[in-house]
Design a protein around this ligand. Structure first.
Ligand code: CP3
Length: 342
């Protein structure tokens, strides 16, 4: 049986709109916080049994249409040589950030099936535990977003170091993108072999580039990733934040479904993506902090804009905020189920 969400990625007509949330296995859940009191993020990711448990927590509570494997886009950078840690309140930190071309040549090539074995084992466990109609989503970071962490040494506001490296050392930047694209493609294929029904490519920060820089520095690296995923037999969701200026470019770069954030309305975004692709989105995560009738109203509006066309996956435009009340998520899921076209 092909899970509902995987059928929607292929734009098959289905009975209702699937819904899941980015970072649904995260800090807004008390049962996740309880696990995190005992184990760090990296310790969870090293233990397939705990990874599987945390992945399943939001499914048990909300019956989402997809489980996303618990991992982090930055994990593959560790076997490549990055000294990654998650600092309290700072987010991810890479202590040996890339500053020159030689640093890029020092990054190791990896075999994801070996280096990322715990995540792959967890995918097998989760696929066995899930109901056949619930999709299992595998994921990886896209080369630009991964490069930004390697060059900035962590999260960034303006991506000054990344973009200035790109402008000043275009050949070295290109080699970095190539190395990362290869890891991303191989890792996604390994996840599909381990049981992922769908994969999502997170190019979270690519929206900080203008369309010409996207076309020159990013786009050439993307088709190989989506081709490899297609050959492995799973559909792909291509996600970014702040991308209204890049939607056509991202569509041409690849993906069966294009992620939309809340900065453009869903119907306008879908018009620009075109009718031969699906879209995912696009509720503003902050709306989950609004009164319940407002959550319902906004949810209905998005469903109305999708107008029952095959290929819509309901999601937030970015990850759920840690301060989100559980009842708001219940209201959202209930509204999608109640008002999605049959
Ligand atoms: O349900 C899920 O989505 C969980 C799996 C998941 C995590 N990270 C676990 C995690 C996924 C899909 C990611 C992807 C990820 N990681 C992205 C792309 C998605 C996006 O938000 O745009 C990015 C940019 C990262 C890098 C990263 N990891 C950052 C910036 C942070 C700190 C920010 C924060 O919210 O604190 C992390 C830590 C992280 N990865 C958490 C989780 C649940 C935070 C909670 C914790 O420390 O337990």
């Amino acid at each position: 049986m092909t899970p509902l969400l995987a059928r929607v990625c292929r734009r098959e007509p289905v009975g209702r709109t699937p819904v899941w949330l980015m970072r649904q296995a995260g800090r807004y859940l008390p049962e996740y916080r309880a696990v995190r009191q005992k184990l760090s993020l990296l310790e969870i990711c090293a233990r397939p049994d705990v990874t599987a448990e945390v992945t399943l927590q939001p499914i048990r509570r909300f019956d989402f249409d997809a489980a996303i494997i618990f991992a982090d886009i930055l994990l593959p950078l560790v076997p490549m040589g990055a000294e990654l840690r998650f600092a309290r309140d700072e987010g991810p930190v890479i202590d040996n950030a890339i500053t020159c071309a030689a640093d890029i040549d020092r990054l190791r090539a990896i075999v994801p099936a070996e280096s990322l074995a715990p995540t792959l084992s967890a995918l097998r466990l989760v696929r066995t535990a899930l109901s056949p109609d619930t999709a299992l989503i595998g994921f990886a970071g896209a080369p630009f977003t991964l490069a930004s962490y390697l060059i900035e040494g962590g999260s960034s506001r303006r991506f000054t170091l990344t973009k200035s490296f790109m402008y000043n050392e275009p050949a070295a930047f290109d080699r970095l993108m190539q190395k990362l694209a290869r890891v991303t493609a191989e890792y996604l294929v390994a996840q599909i072999r381990a049981g992922a029904d769908v994969v999502q490519v997170f190019d979270s920060w690519v929206g900080w580039l203008g369309p010409d820089d996207y076309a020159r520095f990013v786009k050439p690296h993307m088709p190989a990733i989506f081709d490899a995923v297609r050959a492995a037999g799973a559909p792909a969701i291509h996600f970014g934040v702040g991308t209204p200026g890049l939607l056509e470019g991202m569509r041409d770069a690849g993906g069966d479904v294009i992620g939309l954030d809340w900065r453009c309305s869903l119907d306008e975004g879908w018009r620009r993506v075109g009718p031969d692709r699906g879209v995912q989105g696009n509720l503003d995560p902050v709306v989950l902090l609004a009164p319940h009738d407002e959550i319902t109203r906004r949810t209905r509006d998005i469903l109305h804009r999708a107008a029952g066309r095959p290929g819509h996956i309901f999601n937030l435009g970015h990850g759920i905020l840690p301060e989100t009340p559980l009842e708001a998520v219940q209201t959202l899921v209930g509204s999608v189920r109640e008002y999605s076209p049959r």
